[in-house]
Write a protein that binds this ligand. Structure first.
Ligand SMILES: CC(C)(COP(=O)(O)OP(=O)(O)OC[C@H]1O[C@@H](n2cnc3c(N)ncnc32)[C@H](O)[C@@H]1OP(=O)(O)O)[C@@H](O)C(=O)NCCC(=O)NCCS
Length: 164
């Protein structure tokens, strides 16, 4: 399985339904536009049998964060750093959930950000977890920022250790 960049001419965005309107709408209307403006990149996992059909997608970009909201040890280590990688969206179509695709997409997103960090360094990857999915990310080693329970991060050190 591989992810490819969202192709508005090919992928059937209208048929995608993860059960969260904001995410469906983002994929349908905003993702392609944002990518063409170099603001974000969206990658989709195609159904191997019907390549227009989207199993799931994620969107990557960078974001700023408050260093003071990280554990003290990390504050010292990353003094003056303000930017991390961001998994801005991640969703699986309802027809394909509970088959391991969410996990696969998350690992794929982490691999891509790890690769990006080898060229332009950043120490953490961040995700704003929607209600009900915090445990999904915690399962893979994400921890909450000290001031925001649904804003999660994982260090590149931990990503590297678990992927390499
Ligand atoms: C959350 C989501 C991506 C999970 O996708 P999925 O393909 O069903 O997940 P997987 O089958 O790969 O599950 C991997 C593991 O995570 C667990 N998991 C899945 N969804 C979970 C959730 N919401 N909370 C806690 N754990 C969850 C599974 O039980 C599984 O654990 P196991 O390996 O011990 O059995 C999917 O349900 C989704 O797109 N939801 C709606 C959109 C959304 O809220 N996205 C997140 C935006 S921040």
């Amino acid at each position: 399985m591989i992810t490819v960049q969202l192709d508005k001419k090919k992928h059937n965005r209208d048929a995608f339904d993860c059960g969260v309107d904001a995410l469906n709408n983002y994929l349908r209307v905003i993702a392609g536009q944002q990518s063409s403006r170099d603001n974000t990149r969206t990658f989709v996992l195609e159904d191997a049998n019907v390549s227009e059909s989207i199993i799931g997608f994620y969107t990557l970009t960078m974001t700023s964060f408050d260093l003071n909201a990280l554990p003290e040890k990390l504050q010292k280590k990353h003094n003056n750093v303000k930017t991390g990688g961001l998994i801005a969206r991640l969703a699986v179509d309802k027809r394909y959930v509970k088959q391991g695709f969410g996990e696969w997409l998350l690992i794929d997103a982490l691999k891509k950000l790890l690769l990006a960090s080898q060229i332009v360094a950043f120490p953490i990857i961040i995700v704003d977890a929607k209600e009900g999915v915090i445990q999904f990310y915690k399962k893979f080693g994400f921890a909450a920022f000290l001031d925001t329970p649904d804003k999660l991060f994982i260090t590149l050190v931990d990503v590297r250790a678990s992927l390499e």
